[in-house]
Design a protein around this ligand. Structure first.
Ligand code: SAH
Length: 220
């Protein structure tokens, strides 16, 4: 029997995702579109759900968490305005999919995950893709990683009650923080930019993320 018919054509599915879910919905940064074209999302989902890897949705992963919707990953990445030499902090490694996109676009990525199982899986995936500019840490990331600050960009991929002041403090002047905030079920994606004069804050759109745990997050 010809096996090739049962093998999904991942490249074609990924290309369609980039066109229909991202470019046609307003993602314009060529570097972001290119990174989304290069990272194999099928390797970041549960093996049993690989056939759904290019759906326009978040999907369950281990530890009751989710891999974010591709559009959300692209949109948040675009909002970070990364340069090839940027230093970026990610809070909520999860599957490592967003981490991999950041690793292609930035110089150094620091990522923190609460669940060791997820962190180990993500680290293995990134290693197998040859992405070596990522430093992993397993702990409560809700207060950031001050020892490695300042960052050009900080991304939080879980919903916080509000913006933790200690995270904004870890941005360099000009740096961007992208974070979902607000009550569960009614979250808003926010971008804060640190300026000489203080913080410039933009409320962007409604969204839905799993809980940020820890000191600056929700209690378990
Ligand atoms: N960008 C990830 C999203 C994962 S969901 C992806 O697309 O796969 C959010 C993640 O944040 C979960 O893995 C959860 O365990 C983690 N998380 C929640 N609170 C955290 C905290 N205080 N510190 C570090 N990670 C946290």
């Amino acid at each position: 029997m010809d096996d090739s018919r049962s093998q999904p054509d991942w490249l074609q599915q990924r290309e369609r995702m980039v066109t229909e879910q991202l470019a046609q919905r307003g993602i314009v940064a060529p570097r972001v579109l290119d990174a989304m074209r290069r990272i194999p999302r099928e390797r970041f989902v549960l093996p049993a759900l690989a056939w759904r890897a290019y759906e326009d949705s978040a999907l369950p992963i281990d530890c009751d968490q989710t891999i974010s919707q591709p559009y959300m990953v692209a949109r948040m990445t675009e909002l970070l305005e990364l340069e090839p030499d940027s230093r970026v902090l990610e809070i909520g490694t999860g599957s490592g999919y967003q981490t991999a996109v950041l690793a292609l676009l930035a110089g150094e990525v620091y990522t923190i995950e609460w669940h060791l199982k997820l962190l180990n899986q993500a680290a293995d995936r990134l290693e197998s893709l040859g992405l070596t500019n990522v430093t992993f840490r397993c702990c409560d990331g809700s207060q950031g990683w001050p020892e490695r600050a300042p960052y050009d960009a900080i991304i939080v991929t879980a919903g916080a009650p509000g913006v933790p002041a200690c995270l904004a403090d870890q941005l360099r002047v000009g740096g961007r923080l992208v974070i979902p905030t607000g009550p569960l079920g009614d979250q808003t994606l926010e971008r804060l930019r640190r300026t000489e004069a203080g913080l410039a804050r933009e409320e962007l759109f409604k969204c839905r993320f799993v809980k940020l745990l820890g000191q600056e997050g929700w209690s378990d």
